[in-house]
Design a protein around this ligand. Structure first.
Ligand code: DC
Length: 227
């Protein structure tokens, strides 16, 4: 079967600016933006709400089989996540949910369960999809693969600012520690660890502001799409 739609895979650690930049890139190209982390966050949210141990594969799978996760794009073009019919797009952004999402995402059965939904979106639309394993596992034939990263301190500073703007004040040191812990878990897990695909272009945003980073991504995407 020939591939009908274009796909751009953006992977990298948390706080590298993936979601903001992937969304802006999708807008610039007229593609659909898919934030796959939001799917793991939705599972994590349900584990948190039900007091389920997020590291227990059997318990999390039992949870997954009973819940309904929907990913929809509203008329505003924004992605919304629904958990058993409830719009949880805001709730999944709580700081506490990040650790739950990271834990459930380390379970191979959970990843396998969520794979088809992600691939289907790329079969039906031109997409910019961001996550940790998009270029390596979910869309190995993506037209463009970008590995977006930045120094941990720069990522922690951005995350700290983002939380502050949302009224969730945290000490910078705590945020940096969380970033390092999450990096460690995401890169050292056995199932689909975070790593740069061999054919991915590396984009480092440590010393770049949003505008400069976006210009870099647009340049990479256009070059690769024409190649
Ligand atoms: O991108 P994010 O921080 O919202 O992702 C939440 C967690 O989900 C993160 O710890 C890594 C995990 N994740 C993953 O394992 N695979 C993906 N494709 C996306 C996210």
């Amino acid at each position: 079967m020939t591939k009908q739609h274009k796909s751009i895979a953006i992977d990298g650690p948390s706080g590298a600016g993936k979601s903001t930049l992937a969304k802006a890139l999708a807008e610039a190209l007229g593609y659909l933006y898919v934030d796959t982390g939001a799917i793991y966050r939705t599972v994590g949210l349900q584990a948190c709400r039900t007091g389920t141990d997020p590291t227990d594969p059997a318990a999390v799978m039992a949870l997954l089989e009973r819940l309904q996760i929907r990913l929809e794009h509203g008329k505003d073009g924004l992605q919304h996540m629904y958990l058993n019919g409830e719009d949880v797009s805001q709730a999944i952004r709580q700081h506490e949910i990040s650790a739950y999402a990271s834990a459930v995402s380390a379970i191979p059965q959970v990843r396998a369960f969520l794979l088809a939904q992600q691939r289907r979106l790329a079969e039906e639309h031109d997409v910019v999809m961001d996550g940790r394993d998009i270029g390596t596992v979910v869309l190995p034939d993506a037209d463009v693969k970008i590995f977006l990263t930045a120094a941990p301190e720069a990522r922690a500073r951005r995350r700290w600012l983002e939380l502050k703007q949302r009224g969730q004040e945290r000490a910078y040191e705590t945020v940096l520690r969380d970033v390092l812990e999450r990096d460690d878990r995401d890169t050292h897990r056995a199932a689909a660890p975070l790593r740069q695909a061999e054919d991915a272009v590396l984009a480092d945003t440590t010393d770049k502001d949003l505008e400069q980073s976006l210009a870099l991504l647009i340049q990479i995407a256009k070059e690769r799409l024409q190649a």
